[in-house]
Design a protein around this ligand. Structure first.
Ligand code: M6R
Length: 614
């Protein structure tokens, strides 16, 4: 949930830390801070964003130094003020730490340390860890690496930590359990980051730490990686990253979110590359081919996920049950992990995640694994924890998604889930051949169809102007479009702070209709086929109660077009493809409303891109 950076080498560290933190702000932006070592430790921290921190450096002397660590915070323990900002120091000031995660037993450790005379400035669990490391180092008379090792054995919780000891400034120590941490390996220099983006411009050689691993990096002795529980040396696996720096920059757009919305045709091409070759060829998904027997014998498929990825999973339920005829359940990972779920032999659990680091999803995976499920992971971030913790799986290849509100990752998830369902349905013989071929042809055409929807951007921007002062919104959809109603509402609420609810259109009469009046705009997804005429009746009911209606309809609609106040057309398509296209105007509508309200679209308040705490 927080972002960590660090560097040790010969380059001036200030720019590396500041630019790195800016790239990680999507992980949290309540407060930020850095420690720079130049003969002595200098710590500067600030409530707010990295630009606030930069303004504290008025003297160029303060920027000097070639070792440093930094942090951008999403507050857990203690309010987002300067004192609670990272880095945190031990009482003596010798140990400095940046931490992402939660130390659950921090309170009991703190009490013991207070009795021993340690003083605390902040409310954070991280300061407790800094003092615990110092205490272990002094009482056991060991070096920083050993002290961190012993200290981490005492803590319960989750962490990615990077630690500096001013008594040995040529060394940096770090560790991970449950929160991500990457090391960039340069020429006699090392970079550290919650992900690789802070160091991508300097090195593509990257080590992703596994849970329970720690490292000691010394300018004299190089890097040592160790498994914490076994206390054994691990051979580092250095990956060559393929990501480019352009991918993580705005490229002329005002916001990452808008850039990512417009990148969707290309993201879909990347997601389908090597998997959907031509309308005639079969779909190639090696992880399904390899484990086809598991799918063939599956009694049940359970999707586990959170937020937008949960909406993808819900749509997958519709796709998989329709095309595979295998029972599907969809679970919030946060509920699944705590409710003693029944997992039977022959159950396949499919976690879906953009980041591959969501704490609840990871905990649910662990539980499902313990209970014998076969785990097939779907995630976007290559090398992420979910990719490593599952038996097999598939990457969405949407590219880096920086905007906190998920857009292109969602489109790639649902397109890939449809592709998987088609592949499995064809192999199982549960999908009729002509239908299979028709949908395949439409999927091949999907990037083009998305471009057509994106060309409506100006119309959508115009519509958005009318709603910047609305306080509530209702989103309605039916069948395959119901998960899109939920996703549209989530997108609007998270970036514009307008209250929005998604509902199955027919459920409206069971309660929400009471809310409808002229002050309640209603977005209706009413594409052709499926339940079109039933949704049309719902539209009439809403109109009769005076609400302003924004309808997403299929091209050449002749009925809703006369009733709705605003109409956005998507190309005519199969009802399984319609939700993928119908979602795009809703992304743009949310974006324009939020942007016109002056909201921080890329970094909405209280949110973070990757939720690595419970
Ligand atoms: O990385 P994940 O897909 O596992 O993240 C799940 C949710 O935290 C995420 O989708 C969240 O709801 C987004 N802010 C939605 O835009």
């Amino acid at each position: 949930m927080c972002g960590i950076v660090g560097y040790i080498g010969k380059k001036p560290v200030y720019d590396i830390l500041i630019n790195g933190l800016k790239k990680l702000e999507y992980r949290g932006y309540d407060s930020t801070g850095v420690m720079i070592y130049n003969q002595k430790v200098l710590i500067k921290k600030s409530k707010g964003k990295v630009t606030d921190l930069e303004s504290l450096f008025t003297n160029s002397e303060e920027k000097k130094g070639s070792v440093g660590i930094g942090h951008t915070r999403w507050a857990t323990h203690g309010p987002p003020n300067t004192v609670n900002s990272h880095p945190h120091s031990s009482s003596s000031g010798e140990i400095t730490i940046v931490h992402n995660g939660i130390i659950e037993n921090y309170d009991s450790i703190k009490k013991i340390l207070i009795k021993k005379g340690y003083k605390f400035q902040s409310d954070t669990d991280s300061e407790v860890l800094a003092n615990l490391i110092e205490d272990v180092k002094k009482t056991k008379k060991v070096k920083l690496g050993k002290a961190v090792h012993y200290a981490l054995k005492q803590v319960v919780g989750a962490y990615a930590v990077v630690i500096f000891d001013s008594s040995n400034p040529n060394e940096i120590v770090g560790a991970r359990l449950g929160s991500p941490l990457a090391i960039g390996v340069g020429d006699s220099e090392y970079y550290f980051g919650s992900d690789a983006t802070p160091f991508l411009e300097f090195t593509k050689r990257c080590i992703y730490l596994n849970d329970n691993e720690m490292f000691v990096v010394s300018l004299k002795k190089g890097l040592t990686l160790r498994e914490i529980k076994m206390d054994s040396i691990v051979d580092p696996y250095i990956q060559e990253l393929k990501q480019s720096i352009e991918e993580v920059e705005k490229g002329g757009y005002d916001h990452f979110m808008l850039k990512e919305i417009f990148e969707q045709p290309q993201s879909i091409i990347d997601t389908f590359r090597g998997r959907l070759i031509s309308p005639k060829d079969p779909i190639s998904i090696s992880s399904i081919e390899k484990h086809f027997e598991v799918f063939k014998n599956a009694n049940r498929i359970i999707f586990i996920s959170c937020g937008t990825s949960w909406h993808s999973s819900l749509l997958a339920e519709y796709y998989f049950e329709e095309l595979l005829r295998i029972p599907v359940e969809v679970e919030y990972a946060s509920e699944f992990r705590y409710r003693n779920p029944i997992i039977n032999k022959g159950d396949i659990v499919i976690p879906v995640s953009q980041s591959g680091e969501t704490a609840d999803t990871l905990a649910a995976i662990k539980l499902a694994k313990e209970r014998g499920a076969f785990l097939y992971g779907i995630c976007n971030v290559v090398g992420s924890s979910i990719a490593r913790e599952t038996h097999t799986g598939i990457y969405t290849h949407a590219g880096s998604e920086i905007g906190v509100a998920s857009t292109k990752a969602f489109s790639c998830q649902i397109s890939l889930l449809l592709l998987m369902a088609l592949k499995l349905g064809e192999k199982l013989g549960t999908i009729e051949k002509t239908r299979y071929k028709r949908i395949l042809a439409e999927l091949n055409n999907l990037p083009k169809s998305i471009r057509k929807v994106l060309s409506k951007n100006n119309i959508i921007e115009d519509i958005s102007k009318k709603f910047i002062n609305s306080s509530n919104f209702l989103y309605l959809g039916r069948g395959y479009n119901f998960p899109i109603a939920l996703e549209g509402a989530l997108k609007l609420k998270e970036i514009s702070y307008i209250h929005a609810e998604g509902y199955p259109a027919a459920e409206m009469k069971h309660g929400p209709i009471a809310l409808i009046d002229e002050k309640m705009p209603v977005v209706v997804i009413a594409t052709k086929k499926g339940s079109y005429h039933k949704v049309l009746s719902n539209v009439m009911e809403i109109k009769a109660r005076g609400a302003e209606i924004i309808a997403i309809v299929s091209k050449n609609d002749t009925e809703i077009i006369d009733i709705a106040d605003h109409v956005i057309e998507i190309p005519n398509c199969d009802e399984l493809i319609a939700p993928i296209l119908a979602n795009i105007p809703l992304q743009l509508l949310s974006y324009h409303i939020a942007n016109k309200k002056g909201c921080n679209v890329d970094q909405p308040r209280n949110l973070a891109k990757s939720v690595t705490v419970e």
